[in-house]
Write a protein that binds this ligand. Sequence first.
Ligand code: 5GP
Ligand code: MG
Length: 179
Amino acid sequence: MIEDLRRVYFTEKEIQTKVKEAAHWLDERFCGKNPLAIGVLKGSVMFFCDLVRAMQTPVQIDFMTASSYGASATSSGTPALAADLSASVEGRDVILAEDIVDSGNTLVAIRDFLTKRGAKSVTVVTLLEKPARRTVNVKPDYFCFEAEDEFIVGYGLDYNQQYRTLPYLAILKREVYEH
Ligand code: 5GP
Ligand code: MG
């Protein structure tokens, strides 16, 4: 166990089970449709790749970037969005894969962006849901795990760009980010 981590939160096996369930949920919803799956970089990268590979429904994939953190553990409000979407979202059923819905600001910003670009529907699937910290009225359509108010790293999630490649999710020690 890495020194700055307090404990494993969800194991690799638990994650893989939940991701398969999420893929199954999406398959039931999108069977026979032609959805566009969009991953929010960088945090959702592991989740996104496992999710789309576990789906039976053929999907096209694309990516957006949202960043609000920098080297801190608290969101700075409105995130900076960068969309380099090669596929047009106009008229498409979009599956949006997020790492964590925390305050909800990022989700609202991305959803509004996709709606303005003419998406027919936006279905939000997140790895982690932190409802206790919500400041805007928004909910993911599906979440794999509900998380406590802790700072979580691993499986794509970082603290100051570290820990993204861990295959499990872990809680970061508070003394690492509280100075
Ligand atoms: P929101 O806009 O909902 O406040 O923030 C969502 C984004 O903040 C997530 O997509 C994620 O990138 C980041 N975030 C929120 N909570 C955590 C956490 O516990 N760990 C990490 N690594 N990032 C988090
Ligand atoms: Mg994010």
